[in-house]
Design a protein around this ligand. Structure first.
Ligand code: NAP
Ligand code: GDD
Length: 340
């Protein structure tokens, strides 16, 4: 009989990739979705898997709703991917973020403690826990220093997972995932914002790309590979915490340069701080500029992960780096008209 998996956040980037991967392994896949006015599930349609998933109304702030759905489905594996996942918004909505990204995890763990203590539970922890980094590269033993309401809410969730594992012997795990992107990435995240602008320029549109902090550096990997790591974390002999990362870091500026390179444009950078801009070397036209509106109250300057433990214990390794991602995302945005 096939194993039953439940994915919260199945309509998001990771949820869609994970659903596709688990279906390919023969799992019965159930997905949690919140009520929205236009339930069109574009990412699941894009991957061609919508009709293979059983959907459940599942709102993270509602204890009784979550309890009832979990009781009905009784999955063997539970992947908690749903979250208010945009760091920028967390500064404007810190309490909602705390409720959705932090408290909901305690609620789920309580439900499993009562209804299904043999659950295999995966929590989507994040490199934002490292925030103002205390060492480089960051690994499972690096001290945390979150720099946003999002990071703080995720820290609470992370420690609740650790505590339920230690206190109640629940197979509760967490993946500390560094940034991972793909052709399914939400448009407000910086890589997709950049790839969409580059694609528009390639198609002859007159668009100016406005960005915030260009100096921030991220360890960007490919989401499709990272969801395989999530699955491996739940198949391990013991519940544990793993970093998933590429071990390379790239600035926002360099990612922009790379994306425009793929459409045949060489960018020349000039100016400083909020006056920085980039022109097309050939025509001198301004294609990119800084707009301080996109700055954050506090910034995470540098993320660079060390995924040696995942490689050694799980056999997981990233294969796609930022350069390859830039190409893949720009080409996808040129090729496919997407509804997301
Ligand atoms: P995403 O694309 O923004 O997806 C978030 C998902 O959560 C969506 O399905 C969203 O539903 C759902 N959701 C939000 N609020 C909800 C609520 N109140 N009740 C039920 N569902 C709700 O995020 P992602 O990139 O796939 O990330 C997946 C998880 O990994 C998140 O927890 C994120 O914080 C974490 N993470 C991501 C990265 C990364 O680089 N991608 C790195 C580390 C950790 P709608 O479709 O209705 O909005
Ligand atoms: N979104 C955005 N938009 N970010 C910008 C912009 C812009 O116009 N200009 C510069 N940036 C900088 C941000 O200040 C940040 O330093 C970096 O680009 C990356 O921003 P995001 O793509 O929004 O991602 P994030 O690193 O804040 O958060 C993502 O990764 C985390 C893991 O480290 C999200 O996926 C989180 O959910 C995830 O936990």
């Amino acid at each position: 009989m096939s194993k039953k998996a439940f994915i919260t956040g199945i309509t998001g980037q990771d949820g869609a990739w994970l659903a596709k991967y688990l279906l390919s392994l023969g799992y019965e896949v159930h997905g949690g979705v919140r009520r929205v006015s236009n339930p069109s599930y574009p990412k699941l349609k894009y991957l061609g898997i919508l009709d293979q998933i059983t959907m459940h109304e599942f709102e993270l702030s509602e204890f009784e709703n979550m309890r009832q759905v979990i009781k009905d489905v009784m999955p063997e594996e539970f992947y908690n991917l749903a979250a208010q996942s945009f760091v920028g918004t967390s500064f404007k909505q810190p309490l909602t973020t705390l409720d959705i990204d932090g408290a909901s995890v305690a609620k789920q763990l309580e439900i499993f403690r009562e209804l299904k203590p043999d659950i295999r539970y995966y929590q989507a922890s994040t490199s934002e826990l490292f925030g103002k980094v205390q060492e480089t590269p960051q690994s499972e033993t690096t001290p945390f220093y979150p720099r946003s309401p999002y990071g703080v809410a995720k820290l609470y969730a992370h420690w609740m997972v650790r505590n339920y594992q230690e206190s109640y012997n629940i197979f509760a795990t967490a993946g500390i995932l560094f940034n991972h992107e793909s052709e399914l990435r939400g448009q407000e995240f910086v890589t997709r914002k950049i790839s969409m602008h580059a694609a528009a320029v390639a198609k002859g549109q007159d668009v100016l790309l406005e960005l915030g902090n260009l100096d921030a550096k991220r360890d960007w990997g490919y989401a499709k590979e990272y969801v395989e790591g999530m699955h491996k974390i739940l198949q391990a002999d013991h519940p544990d915490v793993y970093v998933l990362a590429t071990g390379e870091t790239t600035s926002i500026r360099d990612f922009v340069t790379e994306c425009y390179f793929h459409i045949g444009i060489e960018l020349v950078w000039d100016g400083k701080d909020e006056n920085e801009f980039a022109t097309n070397k050939e025509g001198g036209k301004v294609l990119v500029k800084v707009n301080p509106k996109f700055y954050r109250p506090a910034e995470v300057d540098l993320l660079l992960g060390d995924a040696a433990k995942a490689e050694k214990e799980l056999g997981w390794k990233a294969h796609t780096n930022a350069k390859m991602l830039a190409k893949l995302m720009v080409e996808s945005d040129i090729r496919d008209k997407k509804d997301f």
